[in-house]
Design a protein around this ligand. Structure first.
Ligand code: FAD
Length: 464
């Protein structure tokens, strides 16, 4: 069997693995990145990027009807060509994933397509199209990511049942869609398909959809869901489904009793589980399927590191990439630690949600005496000029020293606005650092300045 030795080997080429391999190569390590499917992992192939492409397409489709308010007469009949939409999405994915290969090559990292098996300590056997190759290394990084959790009775192999990957590949908009799980992936997809014409029903076990978010934020989203004709059941359990004359019959248990929903497709989005099978030979310790790591991404076995979804720490692409750089630099001998004060989170619903630092209820639960500043987008000139005024920006301050504990945004371009908030939290800025920074006019960013000032009772464009 062909045997190769490397300074460092990274298994998995998602936003954790490929970033780690690039950084290792930049730091002079002879590096190999192994991927069994596609460069870019879940994020680029079947996650962040394709979902945002389709969400953008659906938003543009929806906006056609709104144009009459701006003085356009829209006489074309709205129609959707899903094949074309999918081709457009796939072009974006192809361009980005192709770029990953080039980046690995140009930075001097070797790459190999094949399924890596962990056969002992840091020894691997990789099954490639040309046979099995034995790989040994000084340092091993496990970045094998995660996959959708399967709900018993809802097998993804069945045509009626969709996981997020299948939902991103639809060539027809389902007339009636049931979504099991009202978390961020379920709502992103559900709203996207509702805009494309699906009658969507969301079934959520908890008291609320998006239960991890500020209830005031959730209210803005549920209002929009209703506008899109979406139905929501909370405190409701999906019991099972069977084939009926008019489609799938989904049985649910609501607080008021049992009901049935007829659907053409059932999308199951109840969370993701780490791909941590087959790691026994490495000797590393896991906790509920996640690899245990310290603040340098070291596992319980020397010279074996883990990053990204497999650690369960952030379950976000940018979290994986941050951990990747920490691991690479530690392997290269740098004193680097996982020290982020915040991992900003974005939900690409309509409107978008974004948080950095603590949300209001989290700050209160942690015992902070808080000052809150809140500015509706309707008070921001730029929001009015774009016709998108739903939502608000909320600043959460530590009342003792006016330090920014967190910023929560629901509204237009929240995904872009949140980076300033993340910087404020990370730098432990005070409200006046944000409030006295001159923000250009007219922009949505002025809302950040205004929300910081409002918490201090000094806002100009909203009442304090
Ligand atoms: P992954 O991206 O899962 O990559 C792991 C890779 O390892 C895979 O390519 C896999 O094939 C490979 N692999 C596994 N086992 C082996 C093996 N034995 N040998 C070789 N290769 C192997 N996150 C965000 O931050 N923003 C978003 O907007 C966002 N949207 C999302 C939308 C959807 C629909 C989904 C499903 C996820 C979304 N995520 C989002 C989450 C994000 O995709 C993940 O957090 C991220 O991909 C994790 O990166 P990773 O490198 O840990 O693992």
């Amino acid at each position: 069997m062909e045997t190769r030795h490397y300074d460092a080997v990274v298994v998995g080429a998602g936003p954790g693995g490929y970033v780690c391999a690039i950084r290792l190569a930049q730091l002079g390590k002879k590096t190999l990145c192994i991927e069994k499917d596609n460069w870019g992992g879940v994020c680029l192939n079947v996650g962040c990027i394709p979902s945002k492409a389709l969400i953008t397409a659906a938003k543009k489709f929806e906006s056609i009807s709104k144009m009459a308010d701006m003085g356009f007469t829209v006489s074309v009949e709205k129609s959707i060509n899903m094949d074309k939409m999918q081709a457009w999405k796939q072009k974006i994915v192809k361009r980005l994933t192709g770029g990953i290969g080039t980046l690995l090559d140009k930075n001097g990292a070797d790459r190999l397509i094949g399924n890596a098996r962990f056969v002992g300590g840091k020894d691997l056997e990789v099954d490639t199209a040309d046979g099995t190759i034995k790989i040994t290394c000084d340092d091993l990084v496990i970045a094998t990511g995660s996959r959708p959790i399967q709900v018993p009775g809802f097998a993804y192999a069945d045509d009626r049942i969709l996981d997020s990957t299948k939902a991103l590949d639809l060539n027809e908009v389902p007339k009636r869609l049931a979504v099991i799980g009202g978390g961020y992936i379920g709502l992103e997809m559900g709203m996207m398909l509702a805009k494309l014409g699906s009658e969507v029903t969301v079934v959520e076990m908890q008291d609320s959809v998006l239960a991890a978010f500020d209830p005031e934020v959730v209210k803005v989203i549920t209002r929009k869901m209703k506008k899109l004709g979406m139905k929501t059941y909370t405190k409701t359990k999906a019991l099972g489904w069977e084939e009926g004359d008019e489609g799938a019959i989904l049985s649910i248990e609501t607080p008021k009793g049992k009901e049935e929903i007829i659907a053409d497709k059932i999308l199951v989005t109840v969370g993701r589980r780490p791909n941590s099978e087959g790691l026994e030979a490495t000797g590393i310790e896991l906790e509920r399927g996640k690899i245990i790591v310290d603040d340098q991404q070291k596992t319980t076995v020397p010279h074996i590191y883990a990053i990204g979804d497999i650690t369960g720490r952030t379950m976000l692409a940018h979290g994986a990439s941050y951990e990747a750089e920490v691991a690479a630099e530690v392997i290269a001998g740098h004193k680097r630690y996982y020290k982020a004060l915040t991992v900003p989170a974005v939900v690409f619903t309509d409107p978008e949600i974004a948080t950095a630092g603590l949300q209001e209820q989290e700050a209160k639960e942690q015992g902070y005496d808080v000052k809150i500043g809140k500015v509706p987008f309707a008070a921001i000139g730029r929001a009015l000029t774009t016709g998108e005024t739903d939502g608000f920006l909320k600043t959460i301050l530590d009342a003792s020293d006016d330090r920014v504990l967190g910023i929560t945004i629901v509204g237009p371009n929240a995904s872009d606005l949140i980076s300033e908030a993340a910087l404020a939290v990370e730098m432990q800025a005070e409200a006046l650092d944000v409030g006295l920074t001159i923000h250009p006019h007219p922009t949505l960013g002025e809302g950040m300045m205004e929300a910081a000032k409002q918490a201090l009772g000094e806002a100009i464009h909203v009442l304090n």
